[in-house]
Design a protein around this ligand. Structure first.
Ligand SMILES: [Fe+2]
Ligand SMILES: [Fe+2]
Length: 300
């Protein structure tokens, strides 16, 4: 639509004071996660999560699900016990995922908040797994990047929920990717709104690059590998039925995706990589994401 709408939205994002601030817990967790594992103060993390009863409750639900591969047979009932059961890295990943729930609007403007959370969580898990398989050295970073890649959608929901609803309706009516509908209707996409949020929150340059470039990974050359991992994982989720709640008419040949070419040039493991098999294996993971999201949202 009009450029006026686009600049109005961006201006609101830059200057409106009543945007929800990043939850303190989320910000602290992101900082802790940047530290090497041997410098992580486990007690500090357990305290941080345990102080927030609702967050701790959600974390325990996720930690007790098969999603995080916990081998414990008995249900864990405290954050301390869950650290013992699944490890501190996993608990941080669970907690940062549950913190994202705080940022979601409670009502739907086309996009169902539970569906969005499932997409973000699914993308985080697929990104971590995909990163591990191809030999990317920091799968935990891929997890966080996958989780936050679409934070620009949350930003649009804050400042322009009714405009966002029009984008969502356009996308679902024409079965096109959401960012294409945003561009058509608003003249900007969630990549641009996400950039403002990433800068306001002082996210790392790499995370910012993923948020800006996950639909066009070639535009962030310095972080193009991480951005490409998230781009492929985002597509896998959308094709695997864990998108934004509507189906897209997208026949994807992954080998023709720019993100795939960027990764294939860097990682030997990807050249013979059996993407069809990985997609098949991912289906089980996405199914578990759906189960845990309906459990968490059911208890909301
Ligand atoms: Fe996106
Ligand atoms: Fe996405």
């Amino acid at each position: 639509m009009s450029v006026a709408t686009a600049s109005h939205i961006l201006e609101k994002l830059e200057f409106t004071r009543d945007l929800p601030t990043v939850p303190v817990v989320l910000m602290r967790l992101l900082r802790y996660m940047e530290k090497p594992l041997d410098q992580v103060d486990v007690a500090q993390i357990v305290n941080l999560i345990s102080q927030d009863k609702s967050l701790a409750g959600h974390c325990l639900q996720v930690a007790n699900s098969p999603l995080f591969g916990s081998s414990h047979e008995d249900e864990v009932v405290s954050i301390q016990a869950s650290v013992m059961a699944v490890g501190v890295t996993r608990i941080q990943q669970i907690a940062v995922s549950c913190s994202l729930l705080r940022l979601m609007p409670t009502i739907s403007f086309g996009l169902n908040p539970a569906v969005f959370w499932a997409h973000s969580l699914g993308c985080a898990l697929v990104s971590r797994e995909f990163a591990t398989r191809i030999g990317y050295p920091d799968p935990a970073k891929a997890y966080v990047a996958g989780l936050l890649h679409d934070i620009g959608i949350v930003a649009l929901l804050w400042v322009a929920p009714h405009d966002f609803r029009r984008c969502f309706e356009e996308a679902s009516r024409h079965r096109i990717p959401l960012h294409e509908a945003e561009q058509r209707v608003l003249g900007i996409t969630h990549c641009e709104s996400g950039k403002i949020i990433a800068q306001n929150w002082h996210l790392s340059q790499e995370l910012t690059d993923v948020i800006v470039g996950h639909h066009s990974p070639a535009i962030a050359p310095s972080s193009s590998v991480l951005t490409s991992i998230i781009s492929v994982s985002d597509l896998l989720c959308r094709i695997g039925g864990l998108g934004y709640g509507y189906s897209e008419d997208k026949q994807t040949d992954f080998t023709e995706e720019p993100a795939f070419a960027i990764l294939a040039a860097k990682y030997r493991a990807l050249r013979p990589f059996d993407l069809a098999r990985f997609t098949f294996e991912t289906e089980g993971l996405l199914e578990e994401v759906r189960a845990v999201v309906s459990q968490v949202y059911g208890a909301h």
